[in-house]
Structure formats: C-alpha cells, structure tokens
Ligand binder design. Structure first.
Ligand SMILES: CC(C)(COP(=O)(O)OP(=O)(O)OC[C@H]1O[C@@H](n2cnc3c(N)ncnc32)[C@H](O)[C@@H]1OP(=O)(O)O)[C@@H](O)C(=O)NCCC(=O)NCCS
Length: 260
C-alpha cells in the first residue's frame, strides 16, 4: 500500500506553522490541504465507511492517512486505525491522538501515552459562529465576555469557543466515556498568549479528568480557527500560573479588575 506523505510540509501554508505551535513537545503532526489523493484504507477501516457517501469516505481516508503519517514520524509502521464505538479513532497501544477535518484542511496529531494522557485537535473555517449556534455553545459568562473582548483577526470569539470545546471533547471523551454538552464546559480564553483553560460549569462526573490539568492553545488566521487541548502525564492538578497579561485578559472574562 502506498503510504507516501500528504502535503504536510508545503511551506505555502503559513497558517500550518502556527497550528504546529499549538502542540506540546512530543506531539507529531501531519496535515493535508484536502487536495491530496489519499491511499486506500485498511480493510478494518474501509468496513466502517462502507455505507458512507463519497465525500465522507474521502475525508475519513485523508484523516487516516495523516494519522499514519504522524505515527510514522513517531516510528510506527503503517497499520489500521479502526473506529471505536464512540466514533473516536482506536490509536495503537501506547499512543494517543486526534484527527480533524474541515473544508480545505485535514490534520492528525499523535503522541506517546507516556508523554500525554490525551489530546484533542480541532480546526474550523475562520467564519463567525451563527447567533443560533452561539446560544447553544456558549455560557452566559462567555457571551458576556465576547461582547467586551477586542475581536480576533477573523472569525469571532464564538467560533474560537466552539472550536476549543470540540478540542476539549476530543481530549476528554474517549477515556472518560462522558459526552458533555457544550454549555457544561466553560472556556476561559487568554487572547494575549493564545491559550485557553476549561472548567466544568455544571456537576462533576467521576470519570472525567481534572480539567485544571488541561492545557489549551488556539490560533486564528484568515482561513482557519484551530485549537488543541492536551493533558500532560507530568502535569499535576494545580491552579494555572498567571502572567500579568493573563490576568488582564482574564479580567475581561470575569468582569473584575485584574489583581495587582
Ligand atoms: C466529535 C466531534 C467533536 C467532532 O468534531 P467536528 O468539528 O464535527 O469534526 P472534526 O472533523 O473536527 O472531527 C472529526 C473527528 O473527530 C474524531 N472523533 C469522533 N468522535 C470522537 C470522540 N468521541 N472522541 C474523540 N474524537 C472523536 C474522529 O477522528 C473524527 O474523524 P473520523 O471520523 O474521520 O476519524 C463533534 O462532532 C461532536 O460530537 N461534538 C459534540 C460534543 C462536544 O463537542 N461537546 C463540547 C463540550 S466539551
């Protein structure tokens, strides 16, 4: 089977450089602009796409190709990445990872499980979130913050929050088995350093990891909003260490003056 690389190193995609900066050390990534022709799937993968429409089969195949390319960078030979019951990829033993696709982009990230407990990666077109979707996705505190925060260079904060929550879901759902509603998680965006944190806005779930251990990063360019959420093996639960910039940005969210 031809497992040549997707267009992951095409330097014309300046935005991809910013995307790669989203990931902690030890993460391997592979991207495609979705114009690549993906190689055939492994049989176990093809079976799960047997009834899918051609466009879905293609995005799935591109995602699996990127995932195999990323795993190859980590030293693994190409092998099937089946679909789990919760629709998440069944990564090879000893690895965690995440796949995303949207118009014009497909990407996968992987890391050894002794480096990261989990990772979620999400990319969305850089367009504003519709008002209807914003009401479904955002908490009242998030909406209030969005109205006061200086806007991002494209899209809007609603799309950043949506994308961040999808990355959080991909990071925490496979291990916990919990499918949270968007408004059950509150995301705190730190615009000045391109990071975000997440906390449960409602009741706790016993199988969920402590979300204070989750590290979030986001990037916005003219084409895409991209987010990564990860939990490092070495990161113990602790309050986030704030810089002055963080405190000022965070005060936009809380509505309170930053502590001096
Ligand atoms: C699963 C979900 C996050 C996918 O996001 P999306 O923007 O629609 O689509 P993307 O292309 O970015 O991601 C799709 C990939 O996510 C991965 N995925 C699907 N279900 C997953 C799960 N339960 N956990 C982790 N990854 C999952 C798959 O790899 C999938 O691609 P593939 O089927 O080709 O392998 C989204 O459809 C969803 O169900 N969201 C609702 C839950 C949620 O986000 N809650 C937020 C509160 S934390």
């Amino acid at each position: 089977m031809n497992q040549g690389l997707p267009s992951q190193d095409d330097a014309s995609h300046a935005g991809w450089v910013a995307m790669r900066a989203l990931f902690p050390l030890g993460v391997h990534s592979a991207f495609s602009d979705a114009r690549d022709e993906p190689p055939p799937l492994f049989e176990a993968e093809a079976r799960s796409m047997a009834n899918a429409v051609p466009a879905r089969q293609r995005e799935f195949a591109l995602g699996r190709w990127c995932a195999r390319a990323a795993l190859g960078k980590a030293g693994l030979a190409a092998a099937a990445i089946p679909v789990r019951d919760d629709r998440s990829p069944a990564w090879p033993a000893g690895f965690v990872g995440s796949i995303t696709h949207c118009a014009g982009f497909v990407g996968a990230v992987v890391a050894r499980a002794d480096v990261l407990e989990a990772i979620g990666f999400d990319v969305e077109p850089a367009e504003p979130l519709s008002a209807d979707l914003a009401r479904l996705v955002c908490t009242e505190a998030e909406i209030s913050w969005m109205h006061r925060a200086p806007p991002p260079p494209s899209a809007d904060w609603g799309k950043v929050l949506f994308c961040a929550k999808e990355a959080v879901h991909k990071c925490i759902a496979p291990r916990s088995g919990v499918m949270l509603d968007f408004r059950e998680v509150e995301v705190n965006v730190y615009p000045l350093d391109g990071t975000f944190s997440a906390r449960l806005a409602t009741r706790d779930y016993p199988t969920l990891p402590d979300l204070s251990r989750l590290q979030g990063r986001f990037a916005v360019d003219s084409a895409f909003v991209s987010t990564a959420a990860s939990i490092s093996v070495s990161c113990q639960a602790s309050p986030r260490t704030s810089t002055t910039d963080d405190r000022q940005a965070n005060s936009l969210f809380s509505g309170k003056a930053p502590p001096s």
